[in-house]
Design a protein around this ligand. Structure first.
Ligand code: UDP
Ligand code: MG
Length: 310
């Protein structure tokens, strides 16, 4: 059986389109299917759409959160609930083309690999500034983190039960799936496809949401910023010792010609700035530790399809 995990946040328009498309593709695959839709605290009629689907199709399940916990939490909930031997993760907006499914299933079964991922070969239809920043982000994170993250890789992937179980063993609260999928290892092969635009609805990722998400990715998978902070600290410390020696020697040889307060102010500002920056970086990590130690659940379920049976 294949479990299909679909996170949904305000997707009342796209769910029926997605479901119809998937049912079409399903005909080319002999496996049994199980859908797990996660309603991530939508404010529209998503939950009602899901209830209706689950009522009419026994293989449709849903999990509805008590509020918006974010896509990462939704994915985690879906992975925990999945019962299939193969587990599929995909977006509901048809930006992850369902037509690739048969190919992915075939690849994973004939090649005996653990995971088939997908990547976009281009970023057509996306604002250029977003593409540019995304590219820079991948360059940066791949340089400073040991976990490899493939540029353009989507969350759209098919995994074996073994790999899913490995991912579920990572119980951290701050989840950055792209990193987690890669961190657990296993053999992954990528298929490329051309970027598509959303069928309906709107993207729920604003610039700031994406920016914070990328900072999360860096802080969760790299301690390079901490190393940079220590390095900058050590460097400015050394520089100030050299400057001090220079000033003392100069004062001894030539006397103290003028009161050099402009340079003094500049140095104070410079050092102060570095200190604040470093404290900020350290603060980011402490914040993560703080959240992690509270051991709060990653999500809270308000309702599932079991409610319909009562
Ligand atoms: N999503 C979610 N919770 C959120 C934001 C998004 O479950 O807080 C889901 C959304 O319904 C969609 C997928 O994550 O199925 C990808 O979102 P979107 O298409 O808005 O992102 P984009 O494709 O623009 O990166
Ligand atoms: Mg999308």
């Amino acid at each position: 059986m294949i479990s299909v995990i679909v996170p949904c946040f305000n997707e009342e328009e796209t769910i029926p389109l997605f479901f119809a498309e998937m049912e079409k593709v399903k005909k080319n695959i002999t496996h049994e299917f199980e859908y797990i839709f996660i309603n991530d605290g939508s404010a529209d009629k998503t939950l009602e759409v899901l209830r209706k689907l689950a009522r009419t199709h026994h293989f449709v399940r849903y999990i509805s959160f008590s509020r918006n916990f974010g896509k990462e939490a939704a994915l985690y909930a879906g992975l925990q609930a999945a019962t299939g031997e193969l587990v599929m993760v995909m977006d509901v907006d048809l930006q992850d083309p369902p037509e690739l499914l048969p190919q992915m299933v075939q690849l994973i079964e004939t090649k005996g690999i653990d995971c088939v991922g997908t990547r976009r070969s281009d970023r057509k239809g996306e604002p250029p500034i977003r593409s540019f920043l995304a590219k820079k982000f991948y360059q940066l994170i791949n340089r400073i983190s040991e976990t490899e993250m493939v540029d353009g890789a989507r969350d759209y992937r098919l995994m074996t039960r073994q790999m899913v179980d490995a991912i579920l063993e990572l119980t951290e609260h701050n989840r950055f799936s792209k990193g987690l999928f890669s961190w657990v290892g296993f053999e992954t092969e990528y298929i490329s496809f051309e970027n598509r635009e959303r069928t309906a609805g709107e993207t729920s990722w604003s610039f700031w949401k994406l920016f914070n998400y990328s900072i999360d990715g860096i802080v969760n998978f790299s301690d390079a910023p901490l190393n940079i902070a220590s390095f900058v600290g050590a460097f400015s410390c050394m520089a100030s010792v050299i400057a001090m020696v220079f000033i003392i020697v100069r004062a001894l040889l030539f006397g103290d010609p003028t009161a050099g307060w402009p340079s003094l102010v500049t140095i104070i500002l410079f050092i102060g700035g570095i200190q604040l920056l470093c404290i900020g970086i350290i603060g980011k990590y402490i914040g993560k530790i703080f959240l992690e130690t509270k051991k709060r659940p990653v999500y809270i379920v308000k309702e599932t399809e079991k409610k319909l049976e009562q």
